[in-house]
Design a protein. Structure first.
Length: 288
């Protein structure tokens, strides 16, 4: 995805890691979701929505995921089976499995971070943070935190809203599967996972966007739209899935205390950017 235009939070069939409460909240370096006016990013999308689990259950026997047996772009179920099989071959991934030498990137001013391979590009487009493999943006990872007006939203309608926005830039986007999960940490979160396919730069592409919902604000009259996701060309699913899943698994946000900024993470981030140190000033990380 090319960040040089409207925000492209196109996603991919690869994000199966968890999302915790508040994981994507906080100010981005540009575009301030704390300005809860109800504005959202200008995404891209298209194609009629499908019902939950509209695609038939995965087959019992799946072919080994290798670049040589990439499924046809026209076979939706084969795509789902293939991507699932690829992910099943990834090793266990977490914050502690980040490879040595990966770059730590600041996602929000409040201290949320992810790690990405050296040479991968990153930046903020409006209220969306993106990490992409290269300048062409054909594969990458995103974190979105913004607000939408109204208080009647749930995880399904928020995901549908995001999908409809994406259709503006990707009119051939199609939903392969959509389902809702309850977080396993007992926090009351609802997580909507939407698998999609679309064409980007002439390349058949697959992705997943994951919307996390807890509650809307009756006082402010709006609802947080918090999402993460990945996207990748279908032909590169076998080679990039585990890398993208590791980026997603490395997402970390400060917890506890009166501030959303972590002194340790702030100091580490600033030193990685060439500063002598970093410290928290309120909820903000200041490098010096």
């Amino acid at each position: 995805m090319n960040r040089a235009g409207s925000t492209r939070t196109t996603a991919c069939l690869l994000a199966l890691a968890f999302v915790l409460a508040g994981a994507c909240e906080g100010k981005f370096d540009s575009g301030d979701p704390a300005d809860q006016s109800g504005s959202t990013t200008d995404f891209d999308t298209s194609g009629p929505l499908l019902e939950d689990d509209a695609v038939a259950p995965a087959k019992d026997v799946k072919p080994p995921p290798t670049p040589g047996n990439v499924p046809s772009y026209d076979d939706d179920q084969a795509i789902l089976d293939y991507c699932e099989a690829v992910l099943m071959q990834c090793p266990p991934l977490s914050q502690s499995t980040v490879p040595a030498g990966w770059d730590m990137l600041m996602v929000t001013e409040s201290g949320c971070t992810v790690h990405a391979p050296p040479g991968w590009l990153h930046g903020v487009d409006g209220v969306t943070f993106e990490v992409t493999k290269d300048a062409a943006g054909t594969a990458g990872y995103f974190v979105l935190a913004t607000y939408v007006p109204g208080t009647d939203w749930n995880e399904a309608t928020l995901a549908d809203y995001l999908y409809q926005e994406l259709l503006n830039d990707y009119p051939d986007m199609k939903i392969l599967k959509a389902e809702t999960f309850t977080d396993s940490f007992g926090l009351g979160l609802k997580i909507r996972v939407v698998s999609v396919k679309f064409t980007q730069g002439g390349l058949p592409t697959v992705g997943v966007l994951r919307v996390v919902h807890y509650e809307c604000s009756m006082i402010l009259g709006n609802c947080p739209l918090t999402s993460t996701g990945v996207w990748v060309p279908l032909a590169e699913v076998a080679s990039l899935s585990c890398t993208l899943a590791q980026i997603d698994a490395s997402l970390r946000c400060p917890s506890g205390g009166g501030s959303d900024c972590s002194e340790g993470e702030c100091d580490t981030y600033c030193k990685s950017q060439g500063y002598s140190s970093g410290s928290c000033v309120g909820d903000d990380c200041q490098c010096g």
